[in-house]
Design a protein. Sequence first.
Length: 195
Amino acid sequence: MLTSFGDTGITHTFLVDYELAAIQAIRVTFQDAVLKSCAFHFRQAILRRVQQEGLKTQYENKDDVTVYNWVKRLMSLCMLPTFAIGYAWEWLQQPPSTGSAATDAKLCALASYFGRTWITGEFQARMIQLQAGRTPKPRRRCYVDNDAKLWSAKQQYEIRIASVFTYLFPHPQAWAEFRSATETYLDHCGHMLGL
């Protein structure tokens, strides 16, 4: 692209769908590039891994939503500001106990995959963080309304978190408030994303 067209401008932001070859090519060509990703493909990749780990039945169980709620929060991490993803991962990396050793082992394998792939791996936290409320092209009204609701929820979350940071994190109450605000926000985003 650079060879054919020369300078492509100041801003180098790319929306990619988790194709490693494309990501590596962009990183080599545009060292200062900002890579963003698609929430749909992020959630799709996690759901595929849920199936691969043999957790589909537990995820879809309407009588016990423990697995569903934890996976929903993992999928909603993409709506957090980049700085908050690592903090939220600190408690989400420990999956909930289900009372079944086999299911708990599968959840631990899913958590390991998520950490390896989405937190420290090729698709690090900065890539999974999305810009809610920024619809790039005209879409159906229901999607535009959802984007507006997500944008509003994100603004409310950031205001609430700003008050937490005034305590400075060494204070135990600040950590509790941060976690509470983040869990509420993740649950809200999961609902808005249709999870």
